[in-house]
Design a protein around this ligand. Structure first.
Ligand SMILES: C[S@@+](CC[C@H](N)C(=O)[O-])C[C@H]1O[C@@H](n2cnc3c(N)ncnc32)[C@H](O)[C@@H]1O
Length: 484
């Protein structure tokens, strides 16, 4: 298991070869500004399927565009050549649009927006980065002496053509994701961004790594291929809530918070079962990708992606590299129709962007949640005791904390970051001292995370599943939140 990548550091060369580590903490994140991203109680209005997007030409001549962010939507068609620019790259004239009436723009909002645009740029950059790797790999094969070439059992032209097609299709998919993401900041800037293009930093190596792992995250949360992983970790959580709240009609009053929700499958499944579910996420990669899959997919299997095409290690068969995965296996609109046919109500689903420790430590959040469900999340903490205290404070007396995951502390190897690493036993003891009662003691579930089932590299986590409860008779006054 490679060590978790430090904030802003360059990941090891083979970062997205084989099975990557869970994409923990992200410097490219939504900051304190909590932004209600989507509220889905009613079926989304019918809309045409997303276009495939226009992938840029793939001729290898565009390497100098590698760090250029995508042209903003409001680009002025009259384009002027940038001063001192010696190649053929043109910058658009920049006319910042005004913010929405009544919206006061502060520094945090601008900073958030820059981070967001940098993430969008990283998704656009998928193609050039993948093509660069493609070219390097092809060149290496071509360097072989004829004596070695002769014994190769690979049709190199056919293989690299297929590889190239997979990159093209992934890139077209990401273009659709990017296109849809522009609406996420529309409440601030209905006419487009107020950020000058030159102010958007180029995507870092870590930003790019997260783009590649987002493909795997789509597989985990939104494909039939991801079902075994979801059955291992989401199903026990769903089973618990279904058992505790057997009457479906009463579930809309049961508020469940899902911090570190990733691409939101667990929160959607909870709302599908009638609960009031709120997802929280701070990574723009996840927010942008999750927004697309939930709000811009109108039929199941709308897209085919090639999540493993950029990996050439640990292949059993060459075709494993080009395995296709259809997403989503469950489409929100179809699921709603399905419920309607059964005369059942969808619960409530919302997403709050922001750091869990900032958004949910606020005083008004205390004692307002019936349950908190964490899957592969608690080890993202700098200080896990703080997470435990926040979760406790969020719960109403009698409320549950349901957890499933390992303790792969994200900041454990970082010299710059604080990291408190407790064992599972210590964690449960600390939780009890905070006030939790043990409702279901830890049991262990072996599972993978964004795994490629075909690969010769398989990383299995022994996840702890447990349920703790804030006692019903906890009459202690709510603790004043430090950040309230
Ligand atoms: C390992 S992933 C798990 C995602 C999802 N729960 C799953 O099981 O697929 C952890 C997620 O937590 C998010 N995260 C980490 N720290 C966070 C924080 N302080 N606030 C909100 N989200 C956070 C990361 O962006 C990442 O998507």
């Amino acid at each position: 298991m490679p060590a978790p990548t430090k904030k802003g550091s360059v990941p090891p060369k083979n970062m997205y070869q084989g099975v990557p580590p869970p994409p923990y903490g992200n410097p490219q994140t939504a900051k304190g500004n909590q932004q209600q991203q989507q509220q889905q109680q009613q079926p989304p209005p019918p809309a045409p399927p997303a276009t495939g997007g226009n992938p840029p030409p793939h001729d290898g001549k565009h390497a100098h565009h590698q760090h250029a962010p995508p042209p903003p939507q409001h680009v002025d068609p009259s384009r002027e050549k940038a001063k001192g620019d010696t190649d053929s790259y043109y910058l658009p004239k920049y006319h910042p649009p005004a913010p929405a009436p009544g919206v006061e723009i502060d520094e945090d909002m601008l900073e958030d927006h820059v981070s967001f645009l940098r993430t969008v740029a990283a998704f656009h950059h998928y193609r050039s980065q993948s093509v660069a790797a493609w070219e390097m790999r092809k060149a290496n094969f071509l360097k072989l002496q004829s004596q070695h070439k002769n014994v190769l059992c690979i049709d190199l032209d056919a293989m690299f053509k297929l590889y190239d097609e997979c990159i093209c299709r992934n890139s077209a998919f990401f273009e659709s994701v990017c296109e849809a993401s522009l609406e996420l900041f529309m409440s601030y800037w209905p006419d487009g961004t107020t950020i000058a293009r030159a102010d958007i930093p180029p995507p870092t190596a870590l930003d790019m790594d997260k783009v590649f792992s987002t493909l795997r995250q789509f597989v985990r949360d939104w494909s039939a291929e991801g079902l075994p992983e979801r059955e291992c970790v989401y199903k026990p959580v769903l089973d618990f809530f279904e058992k505790m709240y057997p009457t479906r009609d009463a579930r809309s009053a049961v508020k469940i918070l899902i911090p570190g929700a990733g691409l939101c499958r667990l929160s959607v499944e909870l709302a599908y079962r009638g609960f009031f579910a709120q997802a929280n996420e701070f990574s723009y990669h996840m927010l942008i990708a999750g927004h697309y899959i939930q709000n811009h997919c109108f039929e199941s299997k709308q897209h085919v992606i090639y999540p493993y095409c950029d990996n050439t290690c640990n292949l059993v068969n060459r075709l494993d590299q080009f395995a296709e995965v259809a997403i989503p296996d469950l489409c929100a609109a179809e699921a709603l129709d399905d419920l309607r046919d059964q005369q059942l109500e969808f619960g409530e689903l919302s997403m709050v962007a922001g750091d869990f420790t900032e958004v949910y430590a606020k005083e008004h959040q205390q004692r307002s949640w019936n349950a908190v469900a964490t899957v592969f999340f608690i080890d993202t903490a700098h200080n896990i005791i703080e997470y435990l205290q926040i979760i406790y404070d969020l719960l109403v007396p009698g409320g549950y904390w349901v957890n499933c995951g390992p303790l792969l502390y994200h900041f454990a190897d970082s010299a710059e970051d604080m990291s408190i690493e407790l064992s599972l036993g210590e964690l449960i003891s600390v939780a009890q001292k905070i006030g939790f009662a043990v409702c279901c003691p830890p049991s262990f579930i072996d599972t993978t995370y964004t795994n490629n089932q075909r690969s010769m590299k398989q990383l299995v986590y022994r996840c702890a599943f447990f349920v703790l409860q804030r006692p019903l008779d906890d009459a202690a006054p709510a603790v004043a939140a430090a950040t309230a």
